[in-house]
Design a protein around this ligand. Structure first.
Ligand SMILES: Cc1cc2nc3c(=O)[nH]c(=O)nc-3n(C[C@H](O)[C@H](O)[C@H](O)COP(=O)(O)OP(=O)(O)OC[C@H]3O[C@@H](n4cnc5c(N)ncnc54)[C@H](O)[C@@H]3O)c2cc1C
Length: 550
């Protein structure tokens, strides 16, 4: 970037310079109109994103100078910084940002670089009853970092940006553990771990911008399709600051001593405390990789094959089933087949044998291997020989996966509604749940938008069930996008609960899923969570409205 600091988009996903420009967006419009079967001329004129220097935000009710001495230097009340901390990166957030609506902006943003400053900020908020919203990478898609309705009686609100706490403090090689600060993003922590020959290998799609603390408190899901998926399983111990003191667990490989304190932190979404660091289980970098792409004419056969592999004990790192439309949109097939992407990796031994066993299972259900779709790689040998990495179904999919959020932002400017949601269910319930979701979402898109498309992929598969992940795309009306989106999202969420799924597999609850989460959890558990919140945050300053009522 010619020495200039690279800028993140205020309203859209990721780097500002990666969001497709006006010409690419027009080309995209032509393609999407074709996919949706609507005339290009029916698509609205692209919305012009707001000028970040000319936003109209509510006036802050407190100023940095109101804070105790020493804190004012890490507090920012400027409109630009407050706007950048108003929303996460959900479709809803992108649309509100595009329309220049920053009404829920926090009053101040705090940017600590050390734990002592986090302590001072939290103590000040608690003493003054200011609301404190922990902010990691701000990639929440469920309204997790938003201050809630911008009511006049809402207490002054501080967004606590933790990205200044971004170091891998130490690596303990004997046990394979690393103490990592909570504000480290994926690339930062992986870069530092790599110097020690280790990796966390937790790759959510938001990897580039989300943080360790955000992953832990939302129980984020990484790229592994079987076995270890949620970050929880990589957490050895956590250090979290609550308004009533430090909550720190012991570093243990396992423990039967009552309910695990870490289990309550994982998924707490910032309502119990601010995670400042964690000991994480790290691993050696994988060296051997084996991959295959398998095609199925019948989706039902593809599901049965995926189940057989999930229940085989083979534990592939990748076992991603894309339905016919998902495979087409991601350019790994032309719409006539469902595609199963299989991958195995190991730091310890070649992976041909488990891959070939998984392929045999897939073939038992009618799976076909396109020519050249099986590949075995030895990274070290390839590096020594300076060989180019092979390109094919898996790499094509991966590139589409990384770019998808940028396309979503560009499509939003065209009045296209594009969003994703995810769930999990048992294998015996999948067929009915899937049919119910597709029916409900198609019906809602027809009613709200006239037409629309829904696709499905499995992001994770467990021996007892899959985690299906849906994408819906529909033509919207610029002035009614949020109402149209809400109608579709509500239909999807109702269908998930009616079909026995969970309202979220890895995106979290936040504000968006709260109504359905309340119906899904046992009442005594809700009471226990409320009591836990009262015990550690008696004044209810942390993330009010998330998971439990203030
Ligand atoms: C394009 C895109 C792709 C995504 N892909 C995935 C995916 O593959 N897998 C997945 O699981 N999720 C995914 N997400 C959702 C999101 O990235 C995750 O929920 C992620 O874990 C959030 O991390 P963050 O650091 O950005 O947290 P934020 O968005 O900043 O915060 C999320 C919640 O955690 C709280 N919080 C943040 N940091 C702390 C802390 N240190 N202590 C206490 N509370 C804290 C916040 O108050 C908020 O409630 C995706 C989102 C987008 C936009």
């Amino acid at each position: 970037m010619g020495g200039e600091e690279r800028r993140r988009s205020l309203w859209g996903w990721g780097w500002a310079d990666k969001i497709p420009d006006a010409e690419s967006t027009r080309n995209l419009a032509v393609q999407i109109a074709g996919v949706l079967g609507v005339a290009e001329s029916d698509l609205p004129e692209p919305l012009t994103p707001p000028d970040p220097g000319a936003l109209s935000l509510p006036r802050p009710r407190i100023r940095p100078a109101d804070a105790p001495p020493g804190l004012s230097t890490i507090l920012d009340g400027s409109d630009a910084v407050r706007a950048a901390h108003t929303y996460g990166k959900a479709y809803r957030d992108i649309v509100r940002g595009l329309h220049g609506d920053y009404a829920p902006a926090p009053d101040l943003v705090a940017t600590p670089t050390e734990e002592a400053q986090v302590e001072q900020i939290l103590a000040w908020c608690d003493a003054r009853r200011h609301v404190c919203i922990p902010f990691g990478g701000g990639t929440s898609v469920v309204g997790g970092v938003e201050a809630g309705p911008a009511a006049a009686d809402r207490p002054p609100t501080i967004s606590l940006d933790l990205r200044g706490l971004d170091r891998v403090h130490e690596v303990e090689r004997t046990s394979g553990l690393a103490r990592i600060a909570a504000g480290a993003t994926g690339p930062i922590l992986e870069g530092q771990l790599a110097r020690h020959g280790f990796t966390l290998r937790h790759y959510p799609q938001s990897f580039e911008f989300s943080t360790l603390g955000g992953w832990i408190v939302t129980r984020a899901g990484g790229h592994f399709a079987t076995g270890y998926t949620h970050i929880d399983e990589r957490v050895a111990s956590v250090r979290m600051l609550t308004p009533t003191g430090w909550w720190e667990s012991r570093r243990l490989p396992g423990s039967g001593a009552g309910p695990s304190p870490d289990r309550l932190v994982c998924g707490s979404e910032g309502i119990l405390g601010v995670v400042t660091e964690a000991w994480m289980r790290v691993a050696k970098r994988p060296r051997w990789r084996s991959k295959a792409t398998v095609h199925f004419t019948s989706y039902e056969d593809a599901v049965a094959a995926t189940r057989a592999i999930a229940q085989s004990g083979l534990m592939p790192a990748n076992c991603r089933l894309l339905d016919h439309r998902e495979a087409m949109l991601n350019m790994v097939a032309s719409g006539d087949v469902a595609v199963l992407l299989l991958g195995f990796e190991s730091a310890d031994r070649p992976m041909e044998t488990p891959l070939l066993r998984a392929v045999t299972l897939a073939k038992d259900f009618g799976g076909r291997l396109p020519e050249g779709s099986v590949r075995h790689a030895d990274d070290e040998a390839e590096e020594r020989a300076a060989l180019p990495r092979p390109v094919g179904g898996d790499e094509t999919w991966r590139a589409a996966f990384i770019d998808a959020p940028y396309l979503q932002s560009a499509l939003a400017t065209l009045g296209i509604i594009v969003d994703t949601f995810e769930t999990a269910c048992t294998w015996d319930g999948f067929e009915a749940l899937h049919a119910g979701i597709v029916r409900a979402v198609k019906g809602a898109m027809r009613e709200a938008c006239g037409t629309g498309l829904i696709t499905c992929r499995f992001t994770h598969v467990y021996p007892d069930g899959p985690a299906p992940y849906y994408t819906f795309i529909a033509p919207g009306r610029t002035e009614a996008l949020l109402e149209q989106w809400a109608a579709i999202k509500t239909a999807a969420s109702e269908a998930i609960l009616a079909g026995g799924g969970t309202i979220t597999h890895h995106h979290g609850v936040g504000r968006t899923h709260r109504a359905w989460y309340d119906r899904q959890r046992p009442d005594p558990f809700a009471a226990a969570l409320r009591a836990a919140k009262r015990a550690v945050d008696p004044n209810g300053i942390l993330n009010p409205g998330i998971l439990v009522d203030p």
